[in-house]
Design a protein. Structure first.
Ligand SMILES: [Zn+2]
Length: 341
């Protein structure tokens, strides 16, 4: 019988090794070695056939083995349970350090953002914000701005003409005329809005956004113009920008100039946008031409005024380092979602 017990123990240990941490296999081994039909149970029943002297030692040996088997099985069952729990926890694991999925919200278009910033700067300087129609007539877009019929500055190639003598305004200047017609000086106003020209390349769009500023009062000079520009650019770009004026002809100003600011994309070193010059032409400026005052009903003997205009899209490009104006028109959300920076 002792030989039987040693063999059973050996077989049991081997079976348990093979079962590993598989809970079903461990349970099968428990049934096989401790169940009603187990070999050990059979041996217990055979005790009666042994002699009186052999019986106690054999019974004790069987019980010891049963206890060993039971303890090993318990141990194996615990390990199997642990393994199963560990596997489940690994499967259900949450990494709380992962970045959350943010809800996709809309953003303000960079041009709109630039317009709002500029409006805020001008309002802070006491300017009113005016608006007017995008479909204009010849008087407001040309004649009142000292461009009579046949004037070369009216070059038809740049203008979108509509039926009935109407056109898409080529600048926001008509709003200046309408405002001067309706309000007496002193006047400090800006007119932001869409304007239309037949252009399409990296720095020109057929529709773009302009802001013009107009100041009319007694004793206004070019010095006021330059000083105002310096304040506006410094507030908009944060003090890192230079302005320069170059004499130029525009029918609606006298004297007139074009003005540049130092390129904010390359910090003046030269790049594609500034055509390697370090300067970006922002627009035209000058002292309001007396003929314009007359057309708008303002006395040119009593008042003087300055005006300047700029492209909002272009100034947004400068601020955000965008090197192709067309990006602003293509509605690519991968681009637009980055704004405002
Ligand atoms: Zn540049």
């Amino acid at each position: 019988m002792l030989d039987d017990l040693l063999r059973i123990e050996r077989e049991f240990n081997q079976a348990l090794d093979e079962a590993g941490s598989d809970p079903d296999a461990v349970e099968a081994i428990r049934v096989r070695y401790l169940g009603r039909k187990a070999e050990l149970t059979g041996l217990m029943k055979k005790l009666g056939t042994l002699s009186k002297e052999e019986r106690p030692a054999a019974g004790k040996a069987i019980n010891i083995l049963k206890q060993k088997v039971a303890a090993s099985l318990q141990n194996a069952a615990d390990q199997a349970g642990n393994a199963r729990r560990t596997a489940r926890l690994a499967q259900e694991r949450l990494d709380v350090t992962l970045p959350p999925r943010m809800p996709w919200t809309g953003t303000v278009h960079p041009t709109t953002h630039a317009r709002r910033e500029l409006e805020s700067i001008f309002r802070g300087l006491g300017y009113t914000v005016e608006s007017g129609p995008e479909v204009e007539d010849d008087f407001y877009n040309f004649q009142a701005l000292n461009m009579p019929p046949e004037h070369p500055a009216r070059d038809g190639a740049d203008t979108f003409y509509l039926d009935g003598g109407l056109l898409l305004r080529t600048h926001t200047s008509p709003v200046q005329i309408r405002t001067m017609q309706n309000r007496k000086p002193p006047l400090k106003m800006i007119c932001p809005g869409r304007v239309y020209r037949r252009d399409w390349d990296a720095t020109h769009l057929p529709m773009f956004h302009q802001i013009e500023a107009l100041v009319v009062d007694e004793g206004i000079t070019m010095g006021d113009l330059k000083g105002t520009m310096d304040v506006v650019w410094k507030r908009y770009f944060g003090g890192r920008v230079r302005t320069r004026l170059r004499p130029a002809y525009f029918p609606f100003v006298e004297p007139g100039c074009e003005y540049d600011i130092s390129c904010q994309v390359c910090a003046g070193d030269g790049c594609r946008i500034c055509k390697q010059s370090g300067w970006i032409e922002l627009g035209g400026a000058g002292m309001v031409h007396p003929a314009v005052f007359e057309a708008a009903g303002v006395d040119p003997e009593l008042y003087t005024g300055f005006a300047f205009g700029l492209g909002i899209d272009r100034i947004a490009m400068m601020k955000y380092g965008i090197d192709d104006l067309r990006l602003l028109m293509e509605n690519d959300t991968r681009f637009l979602r980055q704004f405002p920076l």
